[in-house]
Design a protein around this ligand. Structure first.
Ligand code: 2RA
Length: 338
């Protein structure tokens, strides 16, 4: 039980979802506080029938807070997380800033819940494109030890925020009327297009988004020898990231085994009936907390390979839901700093 919890970045798109999940789910806490930058401080939020004034994010705001869930840009997380930890508050951070810090566990509850036990006040939640992939990889890795992953992503515009979703709607509308549109979130038109760049150039021709998929996957599985080759692409979809994933395992996993493993894994919903046209699609997965898997088949190009399609709501399991699940994990494991 947490006496007082805080949501940091409470008025952003993911912050809003964190509030919804906290209102709906069973995390045990007494009081709740909502913190945000100057722009939103002073505004009001309704939570479980009560009106709360959003407080300014500043060091003293963490006095008396036991647990904070943060969804802020990286520079904000860099600044506020130490304020909270210095006051004995445990922070679950959604930003990218702390993820690769060797002293900070990077946790997906279905995959590496044990890592949360070793926190020193900060627990990071992975990037959305990594989270759904590692949830889907987990049962295959446990059964056959994954050695190699080739992944191509089809990432929704909501990954670039509400501005990204607005760009898709407005850009499509304008294109249908033969008019130009100035995109705010994207360097190229997203209407009737695909953009094979998410993030900035980072390493050996890979983008920052792609390198997150490599490094975060290795950290979560605690295995730097898993080789990951990602291509991340922005697609004209409003919400839910999709991924085509090929995994190569040390021990052979048959198609039937793979289907059984997916069907019984926590957090995964298997939707796999090609003859009847049933497979996960972004429209159907939006608003859901599960990671959806379908189109499961043996990889024809190698001996121990499984190919599949994976879709998940990037704002929920890819962000808010994973963070709230980590909080629930702490509530059962005990949240004190080790
Ligand atoms: C994106 N993965 O989709 C990013 C958001 N964290 O742009």
């Amino acid at each position: 039980m947490f006496d007082t919890i805080a949501v940091v970045g409470a008025t952003g798109a993911v912050g809003r979802l964190i509030r919804t999940l906290l209102a709906e789910r069973e995390l045990p806490f007494g009081r709740i506080k909502f913190l945000a930058s100057e722009r939103s401080a002073g505004s009001t939020i309704e939570f479980r029938g009560e009106t709360h004034v959003v407080e300014l994010l500043c060091p003293d705001a963490f006095d008396g807070i036991n647990l904070a869930i943060g969804s802020t840009p990286d520079p904000v997380a860099k600044e506020f997380v130490p304020w909270a930890v210095d006051r004995g508050c445990v922070v679950i951070d959604e930003s990218g800033y702390w993820r690769m810090d060797p002293t900070v566990p990077l946790v997906v509850p279905e995959v590496n819940p044990e890592a949360a036990r070793n926190h020193r006040g900060i627990i990071a939640s992975p990037n959305c494109s990594t989270t759904q992939m590692v949830v889907a990889m987990k049962p295959l890795h446990d059964a056959g030890r994954i050695r190699r992953v080739v992944v191509s992503t089809y990432q929704a515009t909501s990954g670039a925020g509400v501005v990204g979703q607005a760009d898709l709607e407005n850009g499509t509308h304008m294109a249908c009327h033969g008019k130009d549109y100035e995109y705010q979130a994207f360097a190229h038109p997203i209407a009737f297009n695909l953009i094979p760049q998410i993030g900035s150039p980072k390493h050996a021709g890979y983008t920052s988004e792609e390198m997150k998929m490599v490094l975060e996957t290795q950290k979560i599985f605690g295995d730097d020898s898993i080789r990951v080759c990602p291509t991340c692409v922005r697609v004209p979809v409003s919400n839910c990231h999709s991924e085509s994933i090929l995994v190569e395992t040390e021990k052979k996993i048959t198609l039937d085994q793979a289907r059984e493993l997916f069907a019984s894994a926590p957090g995964i919903k298997l939707v796999d009936d090609l003859p009847n046209g049933k497979y996960p699609m972004p429209r159907d997965c939006s608003g859901e907390d599960a990671t959806f898997v379908g189109r499961v088949r043996e990889d024809l190009s190698c001996d121990n390979g499984i190919a599949f399609w994976c879709v998940s709501d990037n704002l929920r399991k890819g962000a808010a839901t994973n963070a709230v699940q980590i909080a629930e994990l702490l509530a059962t494991q005990g949240a004190s700093v080790s």
